[in-house]
Design a protein around this ligand. Structure first.
Ligand SMILES: Cc1cc2nc3c(=O)[nH]c(=O)nc-3n(C[C@H](O)[C@H](O)[C@H](O)COP(=O)(O)OP(=O)(O)OC[C@H]3O[C@@H](n4cnc5c(N)ncnc54)[C@H](O)[C@@H]3O)c2cc1C
Length: 380
């Protein structure tokens, strides 16, 4: 091995965790992150929550071990044979490469769709918050967690907000009818309106236009319609993608020698699940990055544990643990001041969604890992 060390593409949680894990094990080897981002590593979760509400101006990541970071430098090519990356007119050699390029929101594919703001980076969040300071009306398109959070935060700022989505309830397809009803209530409790079963046909003339002819006035439009993994670089370097992501084993190793991938861009085998999962969560990106950095340094590391995340809609936390690749049956149980939705497939718990029910969240994680049934009668 030469002493070119570890090169990481991307400064999100997967990239930073990979850098720190490698640095911890190889104190004398170079570690460099090359990133398209304009700022030193920061946290994304606050961008649709506290930051958008104006309650914080900054959300830096805690860095505990030093590494080099080259900002504002999108990587252009990877030569996996020569172990060489080109970016911003420079060539970077590597012994080990971690692809941690994340995912990007796509412009809304309708006439005028480019007028809608997107939300992924700190710069996006700044643009959105600046627009929110003068907006009286807003439309958020897409009722995934980021759409729900952003609609709630804008409503809390006093803006008249409509959350528009093709589903009758937020995330009905992913989480089921009962969960959708609760998420809708949480969004509406912040003062935002929910317009379901609605298809956007264009954006323009200060409004969002729907298929049924309705025009919703909007000084500000945010498209929160999902993300696409940034996997094109890997594909151009000869890595065959699966579901648009980079397939990796539980040690985050790709099929190409010397190349690992982690985070939203990866389609990683989870050692407990025994299959590959597409996961877009902060904590799991960190876990996968740590595995990639450790494995690249020669350690026997594996990604395991049930993926999960917390979301905050208004001032209510909703927590979710799940393999995330579907379920057979679901059942909502009322809890004191909250609720739990259990998800089951073939007799095994595969997910749990909780609001003010932390004991269920913890039990759920254990049951999912063990493949045991939910603690409630699922036939009701
Ligand atoms: C507003 C918002 C709120 C969120 N809230 C939550 C939450 O509450 N809980 C939760 O679990 N998850 C949340 N998420 C999701 C979470 O942030 C992602 O799952 C996580 O950031 C993925 O990490 P990553 O390191 O894989 O990718 P990213 O964080 O997307 O980082 C990718 C990095 O790669 C860089 N990059 C891309 N292409 C190139 C290139 N060609 N060359 C160089 N650099 C490149 C990017 O600039 C970026 O630095 C939220 C996301 C957003 C946007």
């Amino acid at each position: 091995m030469s002493n070119a060390g570890l090169l990481i593409i991307g400064s999100g949680p997967a990239g930073v965790a990979a850098a720190e894990a490698y640095r911890e094990r190889r104190a004398d080897h170079p570690v460099r992150i090359v990133t398209a981002d304009t700022r030193p590593p920061y946290q994304r979760p606050p961008l649709s929550k506290d930051f958008l509400r104006g309650e914080t101006d900054d959300a830096p990541m805690d860095i505990t071990r030093p590494f080099e970071t080259t900002l504002q430098t999108p990587v252009e090519t990877i030569d996996v044979g020569r172990r060489l990356v080109t970016a911003g007119g420079m060539r970077y050699e590597y012994d080990a490469l971690v692809l941690a390029c994340g995912a990007s929101p796509q412009p809304l594919p309708v006439p005028g769709g480019e007028k809608a703001l997107l939300l992924r980076s700190f710069d996006d969040a700044k643009r959105l918050r600046d627009a929110a300071t003068s907006a009286k009306t807003a439309v958020v398109i897409g009722a995934g967690f980021i759409g729900c959070e952003a609609a709630a935060s804008l409503a809390i700022r006093g803006i008249s907000v409509t959350l528009v989505a093709p589903e009758e309830m937020p995330q009905r397809k992913r989480l089921g009818e009962d969960a959708g009803v609760r998420l809708r209530r949480l969004v509406e409790a912040t003062g935002a309106r929910f317009a379901g079963d609605a298809r956007v046909t264009s954006v323009g003339d200060g409004a969002v236009h729907l298929e049924d002819g309705t025009a919703i006035q909007a000084d500000l439009v945010l498209a929160a319609t999902g993300v696409k993994p940034n996997a094109a670089l890997a594909e151009a370097a000869g890595i065959t993608l699966q579901n648009g992501r980079i397939p990796v084993g539980p040690d985050m190793r790709t099929a190409v020698d010397g190349v690992w991938a982690a985070g939203d861009v990866a389609f990683a085998v989870n050692a407990d699940a025994g299959r590959a999962l597409a996961v877009e969560h902060w904590g799991d990106a960190m876990d996968q990055g740590e595995v990639a950095g450790s494995a690249a340094a020669g350690e026997d590391a594996k990604w395991s544990g049930v993926p999960g995340f917390w979301t905050t809609i208004g001032d209510t936390d909703v927590k979710y643990h799940a393999w995330g690749d579907g379920y057979g049956r679901s059942r909502l149980i009322e809890r004191d001041g909250g609720f739990t939705v259990w998800y089951e497939s073939d007799g095994a718990t595969v997910g749990v969604l909780t609001c003010n029910a932390d004991d269920d969240y913890e039990t759920g994680e254990e049951l999912i890992t063990a493949g045991k049934p939910p603690p409630v009668d699922m036939s009701k």
